[in-house]
Design a protein around this ligand. Structure first.
Ligand SMILES: *Cc1c(COP(=O)(O)O)cnc(C)c1O
Length: 297
């Protein structure tokens, strides 16, 4: 299976034109940045692999995407969680529900599994898909963007995307730099998990040369990952109403609110490309949590 190029839409939000790279529409079963990051495992041959093992949170977008990958490849998928809340077990929802439908086998353990725990028929994937192999699919994303830019006579472009592990933003910027394209396109990001220092550490784990790191914008205040904030829901809803595009509720609201508080980027005369990184299956559980916490919204 190969992806077609994802489309790019032009929207207007609060009077600003913004291009949206629709990676949420890459494929029905397998989309967003996790599909890009896992693409290596989708298109290469792994004759000895029988199963894939990973770990992380019980509503992770990566968990769901790995379940889709395993299903497409006919591999068993074992996922380690440190605990499953009772309500989720009796009433599966969101990423957890659809990963189970794809055949995910859940193991509860206090210990984080490691590569060395498994034999050579097991493919081990780090939490959130933080793997060097992510380069493979992100190079394709970068090439798609450069090609689109050329076709549309855009000389200089700003790219924006919110980060978790920072893998997607880092490999995009690094690829542009190493191919002498850093003057053509600049990658901006913001941390949704942890703060700027955490994100810098994540970048450094993948690339020591800071010249190849994306530019980090600071969110207007400290948001704890996965926690619910009224203003984050409201910005998500405004984007949906004004543009008709549904974004993820975990990373993107922090992205949008940071962008709206970054006038240099927002008002720059360079066109702005926001990368839609998918994750919409997770909105089912996020919306339920928002409705419970803020019944008036
Ligand atoms: C996983 C995810 C991210 C974060 O990606 P990283 O490569 O870990 O920075 C951002 N947005 C969405 C929707 C995601 O699912």
């Amino acid at each position: 299976m190969k992806f077609k190029n994802s489309q790019t839409d032009l929207i207007e939000f609060r009077g600003r034109e913004i291009y949206i790279k629709r990676d949420d529409k890459l494929d029905v079963d397998f989309s967003g940045n996790k599909a890009r990051k896992l693409y290596y495992y989708l298109v290469n041959e792994f004759p000895n692999i029988k199963r894939v093992v990973s770990y992380g949170s019980n509503q992770s977008n990566a968990m769901y995407s790995i379940s889709a990958l395993a299903k497409l490849r006919g591999w068993e998928f074992i996922y380690y969680l440190n605990h499953i809340p009772k309500y989720l077990k009796s009433n599966p929802i969101g990423n957890y529900k659809y990963a189970l439908r794809n055949g995910m086998i859940v193991k509860v353990s206090n210990e984080r599994p490691k590569q060395e725990d498994f034999d050579s028929s097991t493919l081990f994937i780090e939490e959130g898909g933080r793997q060097l192999e992510a380069r493979f699919g992100l190079k394709i994303l970068a090439d798609e963007i450069l090609e689109w830019q050329k076709r549309n006579y855009i000389e200089r472009l700003n790219i924006f995307l919110p980060s978790g592990t920072g893998t997607t933003a880092l490999f995009l910027q690094k690829y542009l730099y190493e191919n002498g394209r850093e003057h053509q396109a600049t990658v901006y990001t913001t941390p949704s998990v942890g703060d700027e220092n955490y994100l810098k550490l994540q970048f450094n784990m993948l690339e020591a040369d800071e010249l190849k790191h994306p530019t980090t914008l600071k969110p207007p205040k400290k948001y704890h990952f996965g926690k619910l904030y009224r203003e984050l829901y409201l910005v998500w809803r405004d984007v949906l109403r004004e543009t008709n595009i549904e974004f993820d509720l975990l990373y993107d609201p922090v992205g949008w609110i940071t962008l709206l508080n970054s006038p240099d980027i927002l008002n720059s005369n360079r066109p702005l490309l926001y990368i839609h990184q998918g994750g919409l299956i997770g909105n089912e559980s996020m919306l339920e949590r928002y409705r419970r916490k803020f019944p008036d919204i």
